[in-house]
Unconditional design. Sequence first.
Length: 518
Amino acid sequence: MYPQRKYPVGIQSFENIRTDGYIYVDKTPLIYKMITGGKPYFLSRPRRFGKSLLCSTLEAVFSGRRELFEAFTTEDGIEQPQLFIATTNWKWQPHPVIHFDFSKGHQYTLPALDEMIESTLLYYEGKWGITTQFKGHNVRFIHLIEEAHRQTGQRAVVIVDEYDTFMLHCIGDEALEEGVRERFSNLFGTLKSLDDHLQFVFITGISKFSQMGIFSTLNNLKNISMLTDYETLCGITEEELTTQLKPDIELLAQRRGETYEETFGELKRMYDGYHFSRQMTDIYNPFSLFNALDSGEIGDYWFDSATPSAVIGMLAKMPPISLTDIDGVSCADTAFDVPFNSYDDPLPVLYQSGYLTIKDYRPSRHSYVLGLPNAEVRKGLANSLYQYVTAIKGIDRGRAVFQDAYYDFLDYDDLPAFIEAVKTFFAGIPYHLSEKVEHYYHTVLYTLLTAFGADISAEEPTAKGRADIVLKMPRGIYVIELKYDDTAENALAQIDSRGYAEKYRLDGRPVTKVGIAF
């Protein structure tokens, strides 16, 4: 058996990863391209996707820490490979680096934000022995950059990580929103005027920078969030997974008693599927992937840790959504310029937060097709949306019984018992909550089965129409048609007349037609 390597679960310090012997998937080819090709950049990525590690790596590069990028052996005898940037002609001249990290906040108030800005300015003023008579944060920031340049003889580097954390936690409170926006405008809106003193500027967040209302003053930022050249800057590509991390997949397969192909397939199903440009390069969620390799369990890791309550709160204020409505939805390319706190359209929120990703681009229509990236996100989002589509809060005994029935169906292929569980579950929903339309029952059933981890699709197209639900089980495929105020016989007749089941005949598993009437 291969020895297990050290995985950087929750570690965002590049120095710690390298000196303590953790795996680092080399992103320095893209970092080198970026730092030699421009100056001010903005990158949007979902939470837990490696933005903070990227910021830490940039800080090490601009601090001249070449030794961290060369090949070396750690104190524990772990050999760390040489990284790409160490083979280039990069000068490794130390620059003064000013790094704001707003992801560390725990209280999201204006005094807490003022304190975080104040402590960062004090730290760097002390580092370079800078005294100032100025009181305003913006004036002190200008003075800090100018003095750091003068003292060191090198232009400064400004890194701002998770700039929008405070804004995301105050959405809905207009006074607080305006206070946060005003502070960021005053502080970072000065950067454009300091071009002569700046070597590099890098800002990260979830939402697009223009949505803070300061893009008008900092309009020289290059937004690389959806550019093909930088789509793999965060996350793990399939090539990186099957080369740099191939021994780790083999070890995980041994621990699970599976073949390499089986384990790789499950990792792909659970964590792959993110696309951040029109080129559609597959990106794996790094947080979930490293958690799975570290624990030996392919489970749900990202959704609970990366779902800020603010996002769920925003979705609750928007028009009702369901998985059947958003998986495969078309979205104009201008939609990504919509303010993050707009309550009219959930798509930008869901995309920028990582719950939807690009599935296709239609250049003639200037639109994207968005969809759920993988099984982990599909299952997690279904769990969160369940209470909205049923209007039942808290612990639901009926759901637990239904879930047990689904797993019995999965294990024993007992369709009649499963149908009885469906009937029992829907009978338990108070009558006044039902919209008494077919779509309601369709949405609830699809959402629940998705939350249970089912291999399920909705409205799957055939030559003559779309089947309501297709449920793929280990021992068979079930083509399900739902009717409201009609008969199950008519549902079955529709499956036959439109040939919904025919496209699955070559799968090898038995195909069963199921008509359900409410």
